[in-house]
Structures are given as C-alpha cells and as structure tokens.
Design a binder for this molecule. Structure first.
Ligand code: ADP
Ligand code: MN
Ligand code: MN
Ligand code: MN
Length: 335
C-alpha cells in the first residue's frame, strides 16, 4: 500500500492556502505520469458552487514523503469540471516549456505561537529587545524555534527538494529558507511542498507558520519577503550592462501587474524602510537592497552575466504567479 498526499491550493482571495487529502493505492512507481487525476469538493474551498461542486486534481510533481511510511507528496494543479485550468491555478499561467528560466526563492516566515498570537520569542505580555541580535543568531536569548527549522530542513532534503540554505532572520522568531530550481514550475512546486512540510511539522510542536508579510504591523519589526532571484539564458550569458538594464526597464511599465500578484498587503511591507523600496516607486541598482530590483554584485563581477533579484514579492505570494509575471515581463524586454 502507498499513501499519496494530493496537495493543492484553494480558491481563497487574496491569499490561497494549502489543502490536501490522502489517497491509498496498492502500489506506486514514484513517477508522476503513473498518478491518476482525483477530485474534491470545490464548494468547500471557494473553487466551485455547491450545485456543481467537483473540481479536478491533476498531479504535476511528486516527491517521497520522508515522514510517512510508504508516503508520497503529490503537488496538483486544480482543473474545473470541464478539464480547463481553474482560475485559482497560477501554475498554468507559467509560459516556459523549455525551462529556460531558473528561479531561486528566499522564503521568509514567522514561527507563531497560537496561544499568545505572537512570534516565538515574544513574551506573552510585551516585546523582546529590539531588532539587531536575531539575524543569523545562535543561543536561547536570540534564536527561537530552531528544532522546528532543523527538522524542516532535514525533511525537505530527504524529500529531494533543492534547499540551498536557511538562516534566522532580522525579527525574533523569523526564519528563511532558499530553494532554487532550473525551471519555474518546479521552483513553485518545491516552495509549495516546503511550505506544506513546515506547516505539518509545526502541528507536532503546536506552532503555526505566519506567512503574512507584516504580521507585527508598523512597529519597528521587519516584514517577510519572498525575494525572487531569476535568470534566463539571455541574462546568464549577457556580457552586457545594457542588456541587464533593458530587462530591468521592462519591469517599469509592469509595476501594477507585478504588485497584483506579489502578495497581499504588500503596501504594509514595501514602505521604503526595513530593506525595501516603496510600493509606489520602481528602482534598480547594483547591490541595492533598498531597490525594487537588485542587480547582484555577482552579475557585475561576471562581466554583466548572471541573474536579477526582484525584492518585492512577499512571503505570502504564490511563487507560480510570481514566476509567471516575471517570465512574461522579461520576455517583453527590448533587447
Ligand atoms: P540574499 O539574502 O543575499 O538576497 P540568498 O543567498 O538568500 O541571497 O539567495 C540568493 C538566491 O539566488 C539563491 O536562492 C540562489 O539559488 C539564487 N540564484 C543564484 N544564481 C541564480 C541564477 N543564475 N538564476 C536564478 N537564481 C539564482
Ligand atoms: Mn536571503
Ligand atoms: Mn532574508
Ligand atoms: Mn534576497
């Protein structure tokens, strides 16, 4: 017997959540093409009316589930009852069949105590000391929830996700993991599966994950981003400052379209403070962590070849939709 956890995104707006259910099969090869479509009650997930409630789950990516005997995690696209991509299906918007686009997402998040409704490390009745010592910290005064973070890292690696690193972040109880993939769809699949695993590990500890981009409001605490690092063969082999700048300029007229999918409440986070650019501005610059798009020093040092970092997507954004709009915008560049 194999346990297949079919995972999908619901239809809630403006932020979609993970849903999943288990299908038991006699045996499974481990290959995605051997998985059957399944269905679910879309009227319970804001994806269909009650009168015709069936939506279809189409498996698109599968990894072993390291925490479950004979288990697999099956990332699915949602199709409507006629078999067309559901409007909630951001993955279907990605236009990059040859996987020319590579993505590295830096996923920030808060580990959150449901009892106090505060991040781990925050005393019930107040605040810990101000930001400064928490980023990349060690020690029980400054690093909170490491056993969860470590367990998550091990499980992600065992599942075969391409995690490139983790770090404690600037706020207390805030952490980051980075996932890179040579393919936009796979990068999105891996981020969503990693989010799923983090949520599920948190259940064991009674700790929630807060994906909101500014969960502590306008107090002097950093928000959470999901910087999108991206490249295509044009950028990787540019050897040209002009080509890099042309790609950056392509984002200028696309600001509204980008911000629309860069995560809910991003106006609260993109204030111009805390290593962000204002949501009203568009800027780019070498090594500039206050810009909308940062040109990493790496690219300059490699004779203007490499990748770009869009710093605007937030922690709650859908990586599929983020990748889709970045790909579309880069392809529109005047080079
Ligand atoms: P920082 O915190 O300084 O912004 P990180 O090390 O957290 O940087 O993240 C940088 C990300 O850039 C990594 O996820 C890495 O995989 C990604 N990256 C590196 N090279 C490329 C590339 N050619 N195309 C896309 N992403 C890349
Ligand atoms: Mn980072
Ligand atoms: Mn970070
Ligand atoms: Mn970054």
């Amino acid at each position: 017997m194999a346990k297949l956890e079919y995972i999908w995104l619901d239809g809630y707006k403006p932020t979609q959540s993970l849903r999943s259910k288990t299908k038991i099969v006699k045996s499974f090869s481990g290959k995605v093409e051997d998985l059957d479509n399944w269905s679910f009650d879309g009227s319970s997930t804001e994806q269909a009316p009650g009168g015709s409630s069936d939506c279809i789950l189409k498996p698109v990516y599968v990894v072993p589930d390291p925490q479950r005997k004979d288990g697999y995690l099956v990332m699915c696209e949602v199709l409507d009852s006629t078999g067309k991509p559901h409007e909630s299906n951001g993955r279907a918007l990605i236009e990059d069949d040859d996987n020319d686009f590579w993505f590295g997402f830096e996923q920030e998040y808060f580990l959150w105590d449901p009892a106090t409704n505060k991040p781990l490390g925050f005393p019930a009745g107040g605040y810990p000391g101000p930001q400064g010592p928490y980023y990349c910290s060690v020690g029980a005064n400054n690093a909170f929830g490491r056993e969860i973070v470590e367990e998550h890292l091990d499980v992600c690696l065992e599942a075969g996700l391409n995690v490139e690193g983790i770090n404690a972040e600037v706020a207390a109880g805030q952490w980051e993991f980075q996932i890179f993939s040579k393919g936009a769809k796979e990068a999105g699949d891996q981020i969503w599966i990693a989010r799923y695993l983090l949520e599920r590990i948190g259940e064991k500890y009674g700790v929630a994950v807060n994906w909101h981009c500014k969960p502590l409001g306008q107090l002097d605490w950093n928000g959470s981003g999901m910087h999108a690092n991206f490249s295509n063969s044009l950028l990787r082999t540019a050897n040209s400052k002009e080509k890099f700048e042309a790609v950056c300029e392509a984002f200028r007229p696309a600001v509204a379209e980008c911000i629309a999918v860069y995560g809910a409440d991003n106006d609260q986070r993109l204030t111009g403070k805390h290593e962000t650019a204002s949501i009203h501005d568009f800027s780019y610059g070498v090594s500039d962590r206050g810009a909308s798009i940062r040109i990493p020093l790496y690219a300059v040092e490699h004779n203007w070849s490499g990748y770009l970092e869009d710093r605007r997507p937030n922690s709650a954004a859908d990586p599929y939709k983020v990748a889709a709009v970045i790909i579309k915008t880069v392809k529109s560049a005047n080079v």
